[in-house]
Design a protein. Structure first.
Length: 170
């Protein structure tokens, strides 16, 4: 039977994995958006006169570009690192360690004082699990919006393609 500390460490590790996966998703969505928007802009240049003549195509193109830009924005915001833990006393959070200790010796002394027994360690890990859970939750909310705008952009581009094909073929 795992101990409470083992469960907390496992939970902490799992949440960190979710954060890494969120960042991977954000990077993939960002790259796909940039590639698709680059293609849209190049096609706009090629078909500028045609697009200007047909207002519905202009509006759909503008709307799809806006969705792509919003998707990019949410991906970038999601990738923005969070270095504040909400507490200045954590001996496990890298932001607190970097802000509060100028050298290894200071940190070692503080670690010895703060982690005198398993209850102190459990308190520190619990705090980190909570903080990282908030970070993961925030990231996944931003990725959700990034995906919504990305899928909206793809749907609008598909509709744009159908309407454009109709005009070209008729």
């Amino acid at each position: 039977m795992p101990t409470t500390l083992e469960i907390l460490w496992s939970t902490y590790d799992t949440i960190n994995g979710w954060i890494k996966f969120s960042d991977t998703k954000a990077g993939a969505i960002l790259a796909a958006n940039i590639a698709i928007l680059a293609i849209l802009f190049s096609k706009f240049i090629d078909f500028k006169d045609f697009i200007i003549i047909h207002r519905e195509i202009s509006w759909l193109l503008a709307l799809s570009i806006a969705c792509g830009i919003l998707s990019i924005a949410f991906s970038i915001i999601s990738l923005n690192p969070r270095t504040k833990s909400g507490t200045k006393t954590s001996v496990l959070f890298f932001g607190s360690i970097a802000d509060n200790y100028t050298n290894y010796s200071q940190y070692k002394i503080a670690l010895g004082r703060r982690l005198r027994d398993d209850l102190d360690l459990m308190d520190q890990i619990t705090e980190q699990v909570w903080i990282n859970s908030k970070i993961a939750h925030d990231k996944y909310n931003k990725i959700k919006w990034s995906m919504c705008f990305f899928l909206s952009m793809l749907i609008l581009i598909f509709i744009l393609g159908i309407i454009t094909a109709y005009y070209i073929l008729s």
